[in-house]
Design a protein around this ligand. Structure first.
Ligand SMILES: [Zn+2]
Length: 261
């Protein structure tokens, strides 16, 4: 019997091996969903009442995407971000990451789509691979958020270019425990994530020879994206670009950000 269609993003092709969620994670997600039902919405970027994201904050996330350098990887494939991690954008991203504001995911995903399109250029097919969340982040946030952003980005990309086959592949997982990147120097961030990701057993045949863009929510030094790209490349994927919703100036981001990188 055909299982019922999920209520969100029903047309996005995904693999069946979605990372499992802990009981704590499910409770966190449930609490966020219940809170969203009873709370009066306020702009996730500036707090303006009665709106999920106001027009001004949407505009800050609306691009255009720009090519950005990857500090720890001078020879990185083309890399793009949609917005500067600052002000309302930073507040919005953190509301999504840390305060359960899943209602802004379509906007963040559309921003990510712009960055993907700039990094990869027009292609008949593309695979999006998100960086995996740390175990601590999963406990706090309840799910693999970057994968959800990638799913929204795929929807935006397919609607923008009907001929483009964009697939989201949850190809990576943590190979070992990593510390939170917040507060670490650039060198320490690289050391923290070196060899930290591995490809899931089912993924290599789906990656081999395919053009891949590795995606994340915030780009700081690029250490996490580089490690993710390494793992994808080892499995035979062809990393044609890196893309992020936002990019932070290195000086302030190293001590301000939470999450992997
Ligand atoms: Zn706003």
């Amino acid at each position: 019997m055909t299982p019922p269609t999920p209520p969100t993003l029903p047309t996005v092709p995904t693999l069946p091996t979605v990372p499992s969620r802990s009981a704590a994670g499910r409770l966190t997600g449930l609490a966020s969903a219940l809170l969203a039902l009873v709370a009066v919405p306020a702009c996730a970027g500036c707090g303006r009442p009665d709106v999920v994201l106001c027009a001004d904050c949407r505009a800050e996330l609306g691009g255009p995407a720009r090519v950005v350098p990857v500090p720890v990887w001078p020879d990185a494939p083309p890399t793009a971000a949609a917005a500067r991690y600052d002000g309302a954008v930073a507040t919005c991203v953190n509301a999504w990451k840390e305060r359960g504001r899943h209602d802004v995911e379509p906007v963040l995903g559309a921003a990510l789509a712009q960055a993907v399109a700039l990094a990869a250029g027009p292609r008949p097919q593309l695979v999006l691979v998100g960086v995996p969340s740390s175990c601590a982040a999963r406990r706090r946030r309840g799910a693999d958020g970057v994968r959800r952003l990638a799913l929204h980005a795929a929807v935006s990309l397919r609607s923008a270019t009907a001929a483009s086959a964009v697939r989201v592949l949850p190809a990576l997982r943590l190979a070992r425990r990593v510390a939170d990147q917040a507060g670490l120097s650039a060198a320490a961030r690289s050391a923290n994530v070196a060899g930290a990701f591995e490809v899931r057993p089912h993924a290599p045949p789906l990656l081999a020879g395919r053009p891949v863009v590795v995606v994340d929510d915030v780009l700081t030094t690029g250490a996490t994206l580089r490690e993710a790209a390494r793992a994808v490349t080892v499995a035979g994927g062809v990393v044609v670009g890196l893309a992020s919703v936002s990019v932070t100036p290195l000086r302030r981001g190293l001590s301000a950000l939470s999450g992997l990188d």
